[in-house]
Design a protein around this ligand. Structure first.
Ligand code: CP
Length: 310
C-alpha cells in the first residue's frame, strides 16, 4: 500500500501532515544518496509529467523535469504561455482537462493565486503547485527545510530571519508554515509596505510561534542562525515607481555577514537581483546554490510519492 501522499495534490504547505513532511525529507535523502552513487533509477518508467509553466522559471521547472528524467520517466512541457493555446484564450481548466489525457502528474506555475487549486479541481491526476502568483510555493519550502536540516543538522532551536518582500513572496508564505512545526523563533524583516500578510502572522502567533517584526536587517542578523533573503517581486507591483523606491531596501554584503551572529547560514530561493552581493558567495555559510541543487532530490521524492513509485 502506498503512503498517504499517493494520488495527492501538493498545493500548499499548511495542509501537509508532520509525518508526510518527514516522509518527503527521508525519501529525498534516499534519492540524493542514489544520485551520488550514480544509480540508474527506473521508478517512473512509463510515466509522464506535464510541466506547465505560465510564468518564468529556471530552478523549479528544470529541477522538476530533471527529477522526472532521473527517475526514468518522460516529460511534456509548456514553458511559454504564448506557445500554448492559452494565447488563444483557452481557460486553465480546459487546458488542464486536456493535459490529463497525456500525463500522469502535472507540475504547474501560474501568475494567479489559487490557480493550482483550480487546476487540481479540474482533474483526477496529482497536481503539484510550482508557484501560484503571490500565493504559495510549497516545493520550494520543502527544499528549504531539506537544506536547513542539511546545513544546520536540526531545525529546533533556530532563530530564522526572513527578509525582503514578505508581502508578495510566495516562498516565504509556504516556508513559515513548515518552520512552524519546529521550535523556532522567526524575525520578519521588511519595509512596512512589504510586510508578511496579517493572516499568516496571526496564524503563526495562534500556534504559539514567537514572531518579531522589524525593518533592521543588521540587528536581525546579530540574533539569527539563518537569514533567508528574498527578491523584491518587481512583477507584483502595480506602480513601477514604488518598486524603484523599494528595490534596494536590503543588500547583504560581507561587512554585514562579519557583524552577524557567528556561523549564520544565508539562504535565498533565487533568482537574486541585488539582495546579496556576489562577494558573499565565497562565505562558507552562503548556502543558496546548494539550496537550489537540493530541489532535485526533493522534487524526485514528491513525484515518486504522489505516484506511489518511491
Ligand atoms: N526559486 C524559484 O522558484 O526559482 P525559479 O523562479 O527560477 O523557478
Amino acid at each position: 500500500m502506498g503512503s498517504s501522499l499517493q494520488g495527492r495534490d501538493i498545493l500548499r504547505t499548511d495542509t501537509l501532515r508532520d509525518e508526510e513532511l518527514r516522509l518527503i525529507l527521508s525519501t529525498a535523502e534516499r534519492f540524493e544518496e542514489w544520485l551520488k552513487a550514480g544509480s540508474h533509477l527506473e521508478n517512473m518508467r512509463g510515466r509522464v509529467m506535464a510541466s506547465l509553466f505560465f510564468e518564468p522559471s529556471t530552478r523549479t521547472r528544470l529541477s522538476f523535469e530533471a527529477a522526472m528524467h532521473r527517475l526514468g520517466g518522460g516529460v511534456i512541457t509548456v514553458d511559454d504561455p504564448m506557445t500554448s493555446s492559452a494565447a488563444k484564450g483557452e481557460s486553465l481548466a480546459d487546458a488542464i482537462r486536456v493535459v490529463e489525457g497525456y500525463a500522469d502528474v502535472i507540475a504547474i506555475r501560474h501568475p494567479r493565486e489559487g490557480s493550482a487549486a483550480e487546476a487540481a479541481a479540474a482533474v483526477s491526476i496529482p497536481v503539484i503547485n510550482g508557484g501560484d502568483g503571490t500565493g504559495q510555493h510549497p516545493t520550494q519550502a520543502l527544499l528549504d527545510i531539506y537544506t536547513l536540516k542539511k546545513e544546520k543538522g536540526a531545525i529546533d532551536g533556530l532563530t530564522v530571519a526572513l527578509v525582503g518582500d514578505l508581502k508578495n513572496g510566495r516562498t516565504v508564505h509556504s516556508l513559515v508554515y513548515l518552520l512552524a512545526r519546529f521550535d523556532v523563533r522567526l524575525i520578519f524583516v521588511s519595509p512596512t509596505q512589504l510586510m508578511m500578510p496579517a493572516d499568516i502572522t496571526d496564524n503563526l502567533l495562534a500556534r504559539g510561534i514567537e514572531v518579531s517584526v522589524t525593518e533592521d536587517l543588521a540587528g536581525a542578523m546579530r540574533e539569527s542562525d539563518v537569514v533567508y533573503m528574498t527578491r523584491i517581486q518587481k512583477e507584483r507591483f502595480e506602480d513601477p515607481t514604488e518598486y524603484q523606491r523599494l528595490k534596494g531596501a536590503y543588500v547583504l554584503d560581507m561587512a554585514m555577514v562579519e557583524q552577524a551572529k557567528s556561523g549564520i547560514t544565508i539562504l535565498h530561493p533565487l533568482p537574486r537581483v541585488n539582495e546579496i552581493e556576489e562577494e558573499v558567495d565565497g562565505y562558507a555559510g552562503a548556502a543558496y546554490f546548494r539550496q537550489a541543487h537540493n530541489g532535485l532530490p526533493v522534487r524526485m521524492a514528491l513525484l515518486a510519492l504522489v505516484l506511489g513509485r518511491e
